[in-house]
Design a protein around this ligand. Structure first.
Ligand SMILES: [Zn+2]
Length: 473
């Protein structure tokens, strides 16, 4: 069965049909961080949802090519650099590094490309797109020298957000005086340079200035993925005006349908409230780690609620995440014991391979709560079978194989949390090598040395695995 996703554009759950499933990978664009401060856990909720989406599609046999942009020039990064008294790039670099560090702590799979808005290649593309919009009458340069998109000339404007233009009010965030614009909803494509921008400026046919935020994503997505992309994601707060503007700009230039499926992740609340620095409930990934939790636990806590439902983050929820992971860890340890045990129990008639219900649940608009519900139901049942000695080694192996498969989506196994010391890793590597040469004596010696360092090496059909603790052999 093909996956089905809720498309924000149609407000309906639709069967997923990529534009060109055979010839090319799925083209997926996800709006990335604006690197003016460290991303908070609400941002990472959206990135984890996108990670889940990509991994599930890959498990279903699709190839995915994902682009995530890095917004390094817009109002907030410029203000931040000015206040810090450092060049823009120096200011943003630290938050870019922090973003990658946090994403790796949360085991988020890396995108194929991370274009930065300040890359000259993309600035050129933005200027090219703005010129095309002007020549089509879809944009104009106002008296303040900035260039704006003329929303009245794009009848589709407002369709993604499902509201009509007459409702538009000034957001108060527009830097330039709105009197210069023809319509209050016209948004800036190119912002004319002013003193507050310092040396952040590029030359353009409209004078020195810098791109608006929305055109950055239109330029980078079409430059890297082509005129038409399969999936575009972001948080719900990106729907308007950001994604609405992306549609207007991209389709205005290409005349083609820009995105097939728009998927948006709901907000994250903390203790039932919107996260805000002023409320003292604003957390970054290091804030959560500082309380003694692991990246794996935070990943679980951010992953476990359906992406279209607001997620309420609490410390109690973090403890529940820890408990759930302990149950998984203990279950896996038990299964491995049975799978490797010499005391092969008699095969039981009801020993069975797990069904595919977990993946079916994710096919259903990424219903992770149902998928996890099925996992824990399976854990309960198999634990009961093991309690009663009714699990044989082949059944245990079948369950472990199943876990390995679904864990390519979940990425929740504990071992990767453990940092293996360099010396131990080297010895294990050497041991693998001598085993391939069938030098068993040397292999045993190396096992003893690894054991003396407090690690146990276990040979499985997928190669050797290291766990903490001295070996018993
Ligand atoms: Zn974007």
């Amino acid at each position: 069965m093909a996956p089905r996703f809720f498309n924000t554009y149609s407000r309906e759950v639709e069967e997923f049909e990529p534009r060109d499933p055979r010839a090319r990978p799925i083209r997926m664009y996800t709006c990335g961080p604006t690197i003016y401060s460290r991303a908070h856990i609400g941002n990472f909720r959206a990135y984890i949802f996108e990670d889940l989406l990509q991994r599930h599609l890959e498990l279903q046999g699709y190839k995915v090519h994902r682009v995530m942009n890095i917004t390094d020039v817009e109002d907030k990064t410029i203000r931040g650099a000015r206040e810090a008294g450092v060049p823009l790039q120096k200011f943003t670099e630290q938050f870019k590094e922090a973003f990658f560090e946090d994403a790796s702590t949360l085991r988020i799979k890396r995108a194929d490309e991370y274009p930065a808005a300040t890359d000259q290649r993309y600035v050129d593309r933005m200027i090219e797109m703005i010129s095309a919009l002007i020549s089509k009458g879809l944009a104009y340069q106002a008296d303040d020298q900035s260039v704006y998109f003329r929303i009245n000339k794009f009848p589709e404007y407002g369709k993604l957000a499902h509201f009509d233009l007459t409702q538009l009010q000034s957001t108060g965030r527009v830097k330039h005086d709105e009197y210069d614009k023809e319509h209050i909803g016209d948004f800036a494509l190119w912002k004319a340079w002013d003193e507050a921008d310092g040396d952040v400026k590029w030359d353009s046919p409209w004078g020195p200035g810098r791109p608006g935020w929305h055109i950055e994503c239109s330029a980078m997505s079409t430059a890297l993925l082509g005129d038409q992309i399969d999936i575009h994601c972001g948080g719900v707060d990106n729907i308007f005006p950001h994604h609405e503007a992306e549609i207007a700009q991209s389709e205005g230039v290409t005349g083609k349908k820009f995105v097939r499926y728009w998927l948006h992740c709901a907000h994250l609340l903390v203790d039932g409230q919107k996260m805000a620095k002023s409320l003292g409930n604003f957390y970054t990934v290091p804030d959560v780690l500082a309380k003694g939790y692991t990246g794996r636990e935070l990943r679980y806590a951010l992953l476990r609620v359906h992406y279209r439902v607001p997620l309420n983050f609490t410390w109690e929820g973090m403890n529940e995440a820890r408990e759930s992971l302990t149950r998984i860890d203990e279950w896996l340890a038990r299964l491995r014991e049975v799978a490797e045990g010499a005391n092969a129990q008699r095969p039981t008639p009801n020993a069975q391979r797990p069904t595919t219900t977990f993946e079916d649940a994710l096919d259903d608009d990424l219903n992770i709560s149902a998928a996890l519900g099925f996992l824990f139901e399976s854990i309960r049942e198999t634990n009961r079978a093991m309690d009663q000695n009714e699990m044989d080694a082949p059944s245990a192996n079948a369950w472990l194989d199943w876990w390995k498969r679904i864990n390519t989506v979940l990425d929740l196994e504990s071992e990767t949390d453990v940092i293996i010391p360099h010396e131990v890793a080297q010895l294990a590597e050497e041991r693998e090598k001598v085993r391939r040469e069938k030098n068993w004596k040397r292999s045993d010696e190396l096992r003893d040395r690894i054991s003396a360092l407090g690690w146990q090496v276990r040979d499985t059909k997928d190669g050797s695995k290291l766990t903490r603790g001295a070996g018993t052999e």
